[in-house]
Design a protein around this ligand. Structure first.
Ligand code: HEC
Length: 164
């Protein structure tokens, strides 16, 4: 009897394991920014809370690579070599129009923005978009000091409160 229930248990455990198996969700499919949503009403009802995390947060190598890619993909042509703006918006502005949380920046680069920001999704691999996001955040002083390259005073983000 005991052996029997043990066997049943074993079968249950094994089948449970099988049911728990999940297909891996690719990051670019999960990259839906809730903060960048334009309204509360969404087709298909409430969206399940999706957590999008920048995989390169605090990663000095990613920042360096992001800086290289920022030039490579000609972001600098419109936004200035150091993000100070030009034809495109100033990425060092005290507040960004579309937000400077990692997922906002990802959305901006991935999907583009209406007034002339091209959409790069499909042209820049997801991991490289995240590296550029991390670079822009380091320009804005939003990455830990330890991983942020020192820049000339004039190129540093000025805090909006005018505290310096
Ligand atoms: C052809 C010129 C052009 C290029 C190239 C370009 N951008 Fe833009 N970008 C713009 C314009 C114009 C806007 C403003 C769009 C708007 O306001 O709707 C913008 C907006 C942005 C914003 C949002 C700023 C804010 O205040 O929220 C970010 C971030 C950004 N671009 C990053 C990039 C990155 C990274 C690249 C390279 C992969 C890039 N851009 C390439 C023209 C450009």
């Amino acid at each position: 009897m005991r052996a029997m229930s043990l066997a049943v248990l074993l079968v249950l455990t094994v089948s449970c394991k099988r049911e728990q198996r999940q297909l891996r969700v690719e990051p670019d499919q999960r990259a839906v920014s809730l903060e960048a949503r334009e309204g509360e009403i969404q087709p298909g009802g409430p969206v399940q809370e999706l957590v999008v995390k920048n995989p390169y947060e605090g990663n000095a190598d990613a920042i360096a690579e992001g800086e290289r890619l920022y030039g490579w993909y000609n972001c600098s042509v419109c936004h200035g070599t150091h993000g100070g703006g030009g034809m495109g918006l100033n990425l060092l502005a005290p507040a960004l129009v579309y937000g400077d949380a990692s997922d906002n920046l990802f959305d901006t680069i991935n999907k583009g923005r209406p007034k002339g920001m091209p959409s790069w999704g499909g042209r820049i691999p997801t991991n490289q978009i995240w590296e550029i996001v991390t670079f822009i955040r380091s320009l804005r002083g939003l990455e830990p000091k330890a991983v942020t390259p020192a820049r000339e005073e004039a190129l540093q983000y000025q805090s909006p409160a005018g505290s310096r």
